[in-house]
Design a protein around this ligand. Sequence first.
Ligand code: ATP
Ligand code: MG
Length: 260
Amino acid sequence: MAPVIELRAVGKSYGNIHALHGVDLTVEPGRVGCVLGDNGAGKSTLIKIISGLHRHTTGEFLIDGQPVRLSSPREALDRGIATVYQDLATVTLMPVWRNFFLGSELTCGRWPFQSLDIPRMRRIADTELRAMGIVLDDLDQPVGSLSGGQRQSVAIARAIHFGARVLILDEPTAALGVKQSGVVLRYVAAARERGLGVVFITHNPHHAYLVGDHFTVLRLGAVELSADRSAVDLDQLTHQMAGGAELDELRHELQGESAP
Ligand SMILES: Nc1ncnc2c1ncn2[C@@H]1O[C@H](COP(=O)(O)OP(=O)(O)OP(=O)(O)O)[C@@H](O)[C@H]1O
Ligand SMILES: [Mg+2]
């Protein structure tokens, strides 16, 4: 399948700080690409470029084969690129169904007698959530009463409903326990089943390996490893993420051995 997104040798400088350089990345429909890396590696910078928040300073960014320079997240969204941020812009006191339609409310009637089409919004939210396997007891409960994992899941279902082709998840499991992380990872897999291209940012190689088809490890703003699942195993990925050679050196230091 043709990639939806392609980055070719993309670089980004903030003044004289080079946050990214020479980064290649493709996002294909029906595949989960994981982006891993330590703090400051450039993960957030990378997704900010794809999601239209920042512009790259060098290289090429293509959507459906066309070079683009996005100037706002709205522009990315119009092209089907949806980003679910870690701190989820949800209004916690709002009912779930209302939050699902936030900013895109359905109305009925004609101006000046328009009103919110509550039954239809409730029904669609229910159907969409169920299609993702998310069953909530009560769609009238406030979003704030959902667990972190459920909130992420609602945000994912919402992005799919509004026509996303690419879903970008910035560390969706970072603040979650084992069980809740499992919930979110299932929806990542469900999004892939529905044909979306997923960019999954994480620190956690175990989470990445559960759902990833491709792995890109960033280090100091550059790609250190780019491999399909068939070319890398969990041990290699974990070792790479733990710092690889640096970790070996540290072990020698802490155990009082001299480095080889
Ligand atoms: N707006 C900015 N202005 C200046 N420098 C920035 C800006 N945003 C990021 N940087 C720098 O770019 C580099 C990459 O940062 P980035 O936030 O992309 O890393 P990250 O991989 O997301 O890290 P973390 O895991 O801590 O979220 C860092 O050195 C950071 O200090
Ligand atoms: Mg970050």
